[in-house]
Structure formats: structure tokens, C-alpha cells
Write a protein that binds this ligand. Structure first.
Ligand code: SAH
Ligand code: SF4
Length: 393
């Protein structure tokens, strides 16, 4: 199939790595620091060795025991006998023609596949670049939390694929480390300086609140000040609306941003698009969002994929404005990215603007997002669909 806006780039720097058929050993990224400490202690190693390993993994992005040249050879050998350092093997990479979006399809040890997407944006409120300062940009990474998804949203390519399995916390972390490493030397972005990931959105394949423990463990691991030190406020988690998990998330008072995939303002329409709505209808979902905003003082983002003549009507916009009144929130609308398993079409620019105007006139902040990177295929498992239909084992 043709990919009009993308070209495949060679993975010469990151050749396909042979992964074991089954995870016979634990993945290093699955271990919190205290578990590495306990392991090393059981081997009779001094405590500072655990910190050296932690820093090697999360500050230098080492992905093979050989790279830990500050460790004795005997310890390196023991590490490679007991731990699996590679979780993902990139099998295909696409870079957009404007050199602002990179999508990678990864193979996991059991032959399943996931995708992650890196996007570069000009930063909001950016100052003009001077000779000595590069123009500031945001580099956002979109990561997956499951292989497939059990939620079955009708317009979503991942939903159409069904649920295969949860990712482990280490497999979630490994996506970030892959890009952190690649960006140290990267030629991803034309003429670009070496750059860092500045934001992480948990909006790739899968429903993060259906894999709550592993997703939060991954965020905590990436957040560790002695490791990757990625600020909690620079993460955004998007959920289809699993109410008990939203309430748990609110209780934990995390600094991570919360986005809710709403897509419809009445239960009949939402249930026809997002089956989960039959279990957690809009009233219950919005009550949880109000409690979250009250408990944390944080703004909720609502996502809305505009589908022509389905949910892009002035009636839906008016009903949405009514339901969100008084809630600390923001609405992001994007034109639907059509998928093979769903007949709905993207809205038009004019209808998107009319929808936004109804909301802003009612005092609800609303932004029309560009259809690029995450706005087109990142959240939807479409890359996998193009390459193979799911399992690339
Ligand atoms: N499961 C989570 C996160 C992954 S999906 C969730 O649903 O929120 C990330 C976002 O992409 C969600 O808002 C989802 O509704 C949206 N999305 C899925 N398929 C899409 C499509 N074909 N066009 C536009 N947005 C889509
Ligand atoms: Fe799952 Fe999100 Fe896709 Fe719905 S939109 S099927 S919850 S990944």
C-alpha cells in the first residue's frame, strides 16, 4: 500500500535485534531501583553498583551490558546472564516528508507489535531564534501501553484489532529509552540539533487505565530524579473513561495531565461509538472528572474526533457546552482519521470551526488540532495495520 505522506527511512543505526522467543529473563527496565539493589546484594555486590546500573540505563541510555564500562567484567557477564536488556526491536520506521514526525513499529519478544511516534512542534510562545539560541521546540513522544485494545471504539484501528496483551512497565519504559537514545545522535529531523523528548503522551495503542499498574510504574520509573528525571507534569494520559480508574488517579493526586476521549455529548451516540459508555455513561464520567478537577485543581482535557454529520453538528456542540459548564477543562477537536473498519468521514475545516465557535462562545476553551503525527495515525494502530495486520512474529 502506498504511503503518500511518509517515506521509510533506513534503520541502519538500529538494526533489527534478535529477541528471545520467550522472556526467559527479567527485563532490566521492569525493575525499580530497589529491586536492582536487592539483586546485587544477593550477588554480594556493593550498593553503589546498583546506582551505577541505574544511571547507565536512565542517564546514558545504555542498552547492553558491554556498555557499562565502569562495572567489572565479571559483573557485566553476570548481568547479561540474568537480565534481558533489550525489550523492543524496531522493524520499520517512517519519517514524515516535513521531517517533523517519526513513527516506529517495534517487535516485542513474543512477536507482537506496537508503535510509538515522535513529533516536533514549534513551542508555544516561542521567542524568535537568535544566532546563539536555537528556536525552542517541543518534542512530544506518544507511547503505547497495550498490544491492541479491549475497548472496541468503532473508529479506532487499535480497537478494531482487539486486545492482545498488556505491556509490562519495562516495555512502556523501553519505548522512551529507545527515542532518548536515538535523539542523542539522531538524524531523524533534517538539519536538526540533537534534542530531547520534552513531553510524553500516553496516547498510543491501548487503554492506559486498563493497564493501570504497569502504566503508573513506568511513569514513576521515568520520573525518578536519580534516573531519567522526566517531570510528572510533562506526561499526559488519555483514557476512554474508565471511571473507577479516574477516581483512583484523582486520589493519588498525581501531577500527570489527564485527557478524556469524549467524542459525543449524549449517551446514545457515545455508546454507539465507544462501547465502554454503556458501563460508564456520560453523567458518571463527567462527575468523576469534576471530582478530579476539584481534588487536584488540575484542568481536564477532552478529546473529540470530529466525524462528518455524526458528532460535528451544532446540536452536539451546544449539548457539550451545556454539560461541561463550570468544569475546569479544555476541548481538543481533531478531524477523524478514517480507518478501514469504519465508514465515518473526517469533518470539514468549516464545520470544525463552527463547532469550536459554539464552544468558545459558551466559555469553553477549544482548540482545533492539526491532523499530523498523533492527530492522524499515532493513537490508532494504523502503522501496524499497514505493515501486517497485527502480529509480525
Ligand atoms: N485509549 C486511550 C488512549 C489511546 S487513543 C483513549 O482512547 O483515550 C488516543 C486518542 O486517539 C483518543 O482520543 C482516541 O479516541 C483517538 N482516536 C482513535 N482513533 C482515532 C481516529 N481514527 N481518528 C481520530 N482520533 C482517533
Ligand atoms: Fe482503545 Fe483508545 Fe482506541 Fe478506544 S480509542 S479502542 S480506548 S485505543
Amino acid at each position: 500500500m502506498q504511503l503518500p505522506d511518509y517515506q521509510t527511512i533506513r534503520l541502519s543505526d538500529y538494526p533489527t535485534i534478535r529477541l528471545p522467543d520467550y522472556p526467559t529473563m527479567r527485563l532490566t527496565y521492569d525493575l525499580p531501583l530497589h529491586e536492582i539493589e536487592t539483586l546485587l546484594q544477593s550477588w554480594g555486590e556493593p550498593a553503589f553498583r546498583a546506582s551505577q546500573i541505574w544511571q547507565g540505563l536512565y542517564q546514558h541510555f545504555y542498552h547492553s551490558p558491554d556498555q557499562f564500562t565502569n562495572l567489572p567484567t565479571s559483573l557485566r557477564a553476570r548481568l547479561s546472564e540474568n537480565l534481558q536488556f533489550t525489550a523492543l526491536s524496531p522493524i520499520s520506521q517512517l519519517i514524515s516528508r516535513d521531517h517533523k514526525t517519526v513513527k516506529t513499529l517495534f517487535k516485542l519478544h513474543d512477536g507482537q507489535a506496537i508503535e510509538s511516534v515522535l513529533m516536533r512542534y514549534a513551542a508555544r510562545n516561542s521567542q524568535p531564534a537568535t544566532r546563539n539560541s536555537q528556536s525552542p521546540t517541543r518534542t512530544t513522544l506518544c507511547i503505547s501501553t497495550q498490544v491492541g485494545c479491549a475497548m472496541g471504539c468503532v473508529f479506532c484501528a487499535t480497537g478494531q484489532m482487539g486486545f492482545k496483551r498488556n505491556l509490562s512497565s519495562g516495555e512502556i519504559v523501553a519505548q522512551v529509552m529507545y527515542y532518548a537514545r536515538a535523539l542523542q545522535t539522531s538524524e531523524f529531523f533534517e538539519n536538526s540539533e540533537v534534542c530531547k523528548v520534552t513531553n510524553i503522551v500516553v496516547m498510543g495503542m491501548g487503554e492506559p487505565f486498563h493497564n493501570y499498574e504497569n502504566t503508573m510504574a513506568a511513569i514513576d520509573r521515568l520520573n525518578d530524579p536519580q534516573g531519567y528525571n522526566f517531570g510528572a507534569r510533562r506526561f499526559t494520559i488519555s483514557t476512554v473513561g474508565l471511571v473507577p480508574a479516574i477516581r483512583r488517579f484523582a486520589r493519588e493526586k498525581r501531577q500527570v495531565n489527564l485527557a478524556i476521549s469524549l467524542h459525543a455529548a449524549d449517551d446514545a451516540l457515545r455508546s454507539s461509538m465507544l462501547p465502554v459508555n454503556k458501563k460508564y455513561p456520560i453523567d458518571e464520567l463527567l462527575a468523576a472528572c469534576r471530582d478530579y478537577a476539584a481534588a487536584t485543581g488540575r484542568r481536564v482535557t477532552f478529546e473529540w474526533a470530529l466525524i462528518r454529520e455524526v458528532n460535528d453538528t451544532p446540536e452536539q456542540a451546544r449539548l457539550l457546552a451545556k454539560r461541561l459548564k463550570g468544569l475546569l477543562c479544555h476541548v481538543n477537536v481533531i478531524p477523524l482519521n478514517p480507518t478501514t473498519g469504519y465508514s465515518g468521514q473526517a469533518t470539514t475545516r468549516q464545520r470544525a470551526e463552527a463547532f469550536r465557535d459554539v464552544l468558545t462562545q459558551a466559555g469553553i476553551p477549544c482548540t482545533i488540532r492539526l491532523r499530523r503525527g498523533i492527530d492522524i495515525q499515532a493513537g490508532c494502530g494504523q502503522l501496524i495495520g499497514l505493515v501486517s495486520g497485527g502480529n509480525i512474529g
